[in-house]
Design a protein around this ligand. Structure first.
Ligand SMILES: [Zn+2]
Length: 474
């Protein structure tokens, strides 16, 4: 298995720290609203990473944190006159439902507010080792002059305009410009007791009573507190969106390596690129169209996963109606083949599936999770299977073998839909006939069939994954 490591900027062979055990952590969402399809790209991708590593024989321990205390949550809850912790709880639940609906079942979700004790412990270690200082009435900060390696992941030390930053990291009294908040102090009035913790909601801001003072965690500290608790001070893979490399992941390295004195904190760093939206009008006119929650109402999970995995994870991926249409067409091809395989006559003369989809698929994924290359192998397979099915050279055994391959691919990528659907067999036959004419560049005949299909109440469009059939809305 080869992966690209952001830390070394090279492709490296995966060698776990201990035998075949892989401890993997991926930055999860801040739960103040429904998540964007761009975040889902990261989560679907690492779901595939976890599943594939397991298939390769690794024991994968995969954790994703849930940021359920943060400025954005407090602000959004205030606007809606709700309690921030209840607000976060509600959106955490919605997030987990959406992930399940997307077929993501590999991570264990760990919320920050259930690990306040670990956060306090780590901040205290940083204070004891003289890496942290107090700004009275504001909070505990990390002193960046005490950590020489700052910048080793991202190659930079200073913030740029489009970096993801937190408001709570700003204060004129900081020792160094980039110092970040570890523990934010909150002024409180009266106290409440919830579970083991004294809790106060002061002017809508939740605060915990701790030896550091009443307050709440900074943005970066929850990740390292959580991973130190579950994995120890060092582990194998840390993932996230590309936008988190600086300052967030740089800060994580700084905190954990300073708190424990052990290097490296994480052996392999993997980052997923952005979605780009060229059709800006789409998101503006359709409002929340780009949340996973809304998209799941319009597209089956297989289509969304297909789309999100259709580009290489380190390359930007275009988000557009066209791209989603292509994904739908791709899923239709897979579905058609699955159906044909199910309907193969028993005891028919047996053929074998001579081409090795599995080898080509594994070759693509073992090389830095090259999903587009894996898709290429799948579609080559579909094409050849269709030819063999047409020439009647596949029997029951061959069909079973092919079905097993598809089910293997599905267990990793989650892109094989179930076969029940609405398209009548007569139309499917026409679509296939038309496809063949198109391949032969006989456009006169293919156009004739298009008209026939339209007259039967269906629309047909051509995409890079073949034709896409949709029922005309009456
Ligand atoms: Zn994080």
């Amino acid at each position: 298995m080869i992966i690209h490591n952001t830390l070394t900027k090279t492709k490296e062979k995966i060698v776990p720290r201990e035998n075949k055990k892989i401890q993997m952590f991926v930055c999860g969402p801040t739960v103040y609203d429904y998540i964007h399809i761009g975040n889902a790209r990261t989560f679907v991708f690492f779901d595939v990473v976890a599943k594939y590593l397991k298939y390769r024989g690794y024991q994968v321990d995969y954790i994703q944190n849930i940021t359920d205390i943060d400025d954005k949550i407090i602000q959004r809850a205030k606007e809606n006159k709700k309690d921030p912790l209840m607000w976060a709880k509600e959106y955490r639940q919605k997030f987990e439902e959406d992930m399940k609906a997307l077929g993501i079942d590999s991570p264990k979700y760990v919320p920050a507010t259930e690990h306040i004790g670990q956060v306090v412990k780590q901040v205290k270690a940083l204070i004891d080792r003289k890496h942290a200082y107090l700004i009275e009435g504001d909070g505990w900060y990390f002193d960046l002059s005490t950590f020489k390696d700052y910048g080793k992941l991202s190659g930079r030390k200073a913030q740029m305009a489009d970096d993801a930053v937190s408001r709570i990291d700003e204060n004129d009294k900081k020792r160094n410009k980039g110092d970040f908040c570890l523990w934010k102090l909150v002024k409180v009035g009266k106290e409440l007791e919830i579970g083991n913790w004294k809790l106060e909601i002061a002017d809508g801001e939740p605060a915990w009573a701790t030896p550091l003072g009443w307050g709440r965690p900074g943005w970066h500290i929850e990740d390292t507190a959580i991973t130190e608790h579950y994995f120890g001070p060092q582990y194998d893979i840390h993932g996230g969106g590309q936008d988190l490399i600086f300052p967030h992941h740089e800060a994580e390295i700084t905190q954990q390596e300073s708190a424990s004195g052990k290097k490296p904190f994480v052996k392999y760093w993997m980052h997923v690129a952005f979605l780009i939206n060229k059709e800006e009008k789409m998101s503006k006119s359709k409002g929340n169209f780009t949340t996973v929650h809304e998209l799941l109402k319009q597209y089956p999970k297989e289509v969304l996963r297909f789309y999100l995995l259709s580009g290489h994870y380190r390359q930007p991926l275009e988000f557009s109606d066209k791209a989603l249409k292509q994904a739908r067409a791709g899923i239709q091809r897979i579905k058609e083949l699955t159906k044909k395989l199910e309907n193969i006559e028993r005891n028919k003369n047996d053929g074998i599936v001579a081409y090795a989809l599995r080898e080509a698929f594994d070759e693509a994924l073992t090389d830095d999770f090259n999903t587009p290359k894996a898709f290429g192998a799948i579609f080559e397979f579909i094409k050849r299977m269709n030819t063999d099915l047409t020439s009647d050279s596949i029997g029951q055994k061959g069909a079973e073998e092919a079905s097993q391959m598809l089910s293997y691919i599905n267990s990793i990528l989650g892109i094989v839909p179930d076969t029940q659907d609405e398209i009548p067999p007569a139309i499917e036959v026409l679509v296939e006939k038309r496809e063949k004419f198109r391949e032969e560049k006989n456009f006169k005949e293919s156009d004739k069939i298009r008209t026939q299909i339209q007259n039967l109440g269906y629309e047909i469009e051509d995409t890079i994954y073949g034709s896409l059939l949709t029922k005309k809305s009456s």
